[in-house]
Design a protein around this ligand. Structure first.
Ligand SMILES: [Zn+2]
Length: 130
């Protein structure tokens, strides 16, 4: 399991197992937040807790949730569950302890123009901090 929490500790998440990749997305939102996403479904492999505010991106129907106190982006998730009650969510791996996510490969995603993966550079999360 990998866990993350915001700077003040009020908001946290857990991810069952170890994420296969950490997505760095170039879209208009992710680029500005400088987040690294690990994806799943709420209540399945991902659980969240703590009080957040959300910035709702209407055209995608997802909310970017951040800690009211310290401002860290903790996760995004669907505004509403789908017809099967499933809610897609992704947590920000930058909120994890560095050693817990160090070996996870970085997946670079072109969310700005082509909506597809960019060439793999063979980087891992540890490369961001070393
Ligand atoms: Zn906080």
């Amino acid at each position: 399991m990998v866990a993350g929490s915001c700077h003040c500790g009020a908001v946290s998440w857990t991810f069952e197992g170890v994420p296969k990749s950490a997505t760095s997305c170039s879209c208009t939102v992710c680029r500005k937040y400088a987040v690294l996403w690990a994806y799943g479904a709420e209540g399945e492999n991902i659980r969240v807790s703590g009080p957040t505010k959300a910035y709702i991106r209407l055209e995608k129907n997802i909310g970017f949730h951040f800690c009211e106190a310290c401002g860290c982006i903790a996760y995004w998730r669907d505004v509403e569950p789908d017809k099967n009650g499933r809610r897609e969510i992704a947590v920000n791996l930058r909120l994890a302890e560095p050693e817990d996510v160090a070996a996870i490969p970085i997946r670079r995603f072109d969310g700005l123009k082509d909506w597809k993966d960019m060439p793999d550079r063979g980087e891992h999360v540890r490369d961001l901090w070393s």
